[in-house]
Design a protein around this ligand. Structure first.
Ligand code: SAM
Length: 280
């Protein structure tokens, strides 16, 4: 880590449960010359909890150049800086990009202090494929823009992750149902690491009903993890998919689809189309 060389530390902080603060984050925050924080009042509470007294300065990506320069001046003078956001990992739907970019451009070391991140935590408990995924951040606040974004993702095969504000959760789920269909599975990960932590995986249509029926589900912070598009595979049984996956490793797609259809009773064409779109 080397505090002897001026470094910008990008420090993750808890997303609810203060027990998730990593020891290395505490060490770094204790030793830097300045903490650049999204909201100084918020971060002051966190620092107070861990008994850390250090100079704090507000930093956003829309901060003026003088603020950015103020942070860089510490590095230029040989000091180190820690960047924190209100919760989780800075730069993940949070400020910091301009600062990291500028620090790297000036040749300073930029050091991650990894820790909590809501989307990673949500993905890890979503029960949806996690080998390939895309993170979309927040959807547009207005319905027109939101629908356009969702339509562009309609045939995206990778698992999709969204942050959403509680008061827009139901509207976004309803728009997702319109675009992705009611069968697509979604995991709502709400209030992670907090008292009312909820992880609920349901087909979109059922999740919409569940959220609509319980206003408590429209409170707090949430991540939506949406199953990727599986083409006709959505209607293919798990048994057929397993046979198809194994057979395509050994045989040409057409032959694999024909054999998997014989084994499982699924439609040969649907299996072939699925293999073409997903398995080659
Ligand atoms: N940088 C943060 C991170 O690493 O996760 C995210 C910051 S973003 C401004 C805030 C959004 O993250 C919330 O609106 C919510 O979608 C999600 N989020 C943050 N904390 C959460 C939690 N405890 N449970 C579920 N979602 C959370």
């Amino acid at each position: 880590m080397g505090l002897s060389t001026p470094s910008l530390f990008v420090v993750a902080t808890p997303i609810g449960n203060l027990g998730d603060m990593v020891p290395r984050a505490i060490e770094v925050l204790q030793s830097v010359s300045l903490v650049a924080a999204e909201d100084t009042r918020h971060s002051r509470q966190l620092l107070k909890h861990f008994d850390i007294s250090v100079r704090l300065q507000a930093y956003h990506d829309h901060s003026n150049d003088a603020d950015l320069d103020g942070v860089l001046a510490i590095l230029r003078g040989g000091g180190s800086v820690a960047l924190v956001s209100d919760a989780g990992t800075p730069l993940i739907s949070d400020p910091g990009y301009r600062l990291v970019d500028a620090a790297l451009s000036e040749g300073f070391a930029v050091v991650p202090i990894p820790g909590p991140c809501a989307m990673v935590a949500a993905l890890s408990v979503s029960g949806l494929p996690s080998n390939r995924f895309i993170f979309e951040g927040f959807l547009a606040a207005k319905q027109h823009g939101r629908l356009q974004q969702l339509q562009a993702l309609q045939r995206e095969p990778r698992t999709l992750l969204f942050y959403e504000a509680p008061h827009r959760l139901l509207a976004s789920l309803q728009d997702m149902q319109e675009v992705f269909g009611g069968e697509r599975r979604v995991t709502l990960a709400r209030e992670l690491t907090k008292l009312f932590e909820t992880v609920k995986r349901l087909p979109l249509a059922e999740l919409c009903e569940w959220v609509a029926a319980d206003s408590n589900q429209q409170r707090g912070e949430c991540v939506l993890v949406v199953e990727g598009y599986a083409g006709d595979g959505q209607k293919i049984s798990a048994e057929a998919l397993q046979a198809l996956t194994v057979l395509t490793e050994e045989l040409p797609l057409k032959q694999a689809a024909a054999l998997a259809a014989k084994i499982s009773g699924a439609k040969k064409n649907a299996l072939y189309k699925y293999a073409l779109e997903n398995l080659q």
